[in-house]
Design a binder for this molecule. Structure first.
Ligand SMILES: [Zn+2]
Length: 245
């Protein structure tokens, strides 16, 4: 089982000297690919919604449709239909825009996140784009933790490889981390519960809490006790990704 760490949206925001990306994970297995998040989709580059166009400009996202998860997995030798499951940390467009490019995949997420995406309540909710779900995804919804993953409350997902949703609400009302086992060990994709590349020193603590939710310091302490787990985030530094296929 091989894990690819794809950069599906290179970003150079105007307000900081950062060079980062939008993370999608592609797990190769005998029964096809599993994705964890899928970055922005083709429509975000070809005909973006007004809110998406604005956010792409603020975050300095490179306008290149070749970065989408769909185009990248084709270059890895797969077809979009080979993606059987997509596990979502949350449904903001920079993580979920690509759902429209994989209309046959089963999409696994916390029930609260789907509900949050359907009822906008705060300015952050502008990052939900209805166009991402217009094709009617095959949702698989979860709400009850039924497992303990290395001391964290977890929901076991019903397919291989061994994967868990970890409720980490805050960045959005149903945001989850995703733990997965692959041939070289465990990965925790903490999504947007942690800052870019888990670097806490770049932005003030109050801002991290406001934007990312309350779990960052706890996950950071947990990660120090679990050096065997590779910690990833929804946005990594540009050099933290696999080379683009
Ligand atoms: Zn994000």
């Amino acid at each position: 089982m091989t894990l690819h760490i794809l950069n599906c949206g290179e970003m150079r925001p105007w307000f900081a000297g950062w060079h980062s990306g939008c993370t999608a994970l592609a797990v190769e297995r005998d029964q096809g690919l599993v994705l964890v998040d899928c970055g922005p989709g083709e429509h975000d580059f070809i005909r973006p919604a007004a809110s998406v166009r604005l956010m792409k400009r603020v975050f300095g996202m490179r306008d290149d449709v070749e970065q989408t998860a769909a185009r990248q997995i084709v270059r890895l030798g797969y077809r979009p239909e080979d993606v059987g499951h997509i596990v979502m940390t949350h449904l903001h467009f920079d993580h979920a825009g690509g759902l429209a490019d994989f209309p046959r995949a089963r999409v696994h997420l916390h029930r609260r996140e789907l509900e949050a995406s359907q009822r906008r309540r705060s300015p952050f909710d502008l990052a939900y784009d209805r166009a991402d779900f217009a094709h009617g995804p095959d949702w698989a919804l979860y709400d009850r933790p039924d497992a303990d993953w290395l001391g964290l409350e977890a929901i076991r997902l019903p397919f291989s490889p061994e994967m868990y949703l970890l409720p980490l609400f805050g960045h959005t009302r149903g945001h989850c981390g995703v733990a997965l086992r692959f041939s070289q060990g465990w990965v925790l994709q903490a999504g947007d519960a942690l800052p870019i590349g888990a670097r806490f020193d770049l932005t003030p603590a109050w801002l991290n809490r406001l934007v990312l939710g309350p779990h960052g310091p706890r996950i950071q302490r947990w990660a120090q006790r679990h050096p065997e787990v590779r910690l990833l985030t929804g946005h990594l530094w540009a050099d933290g990704y696999d080379p683009a296929p």
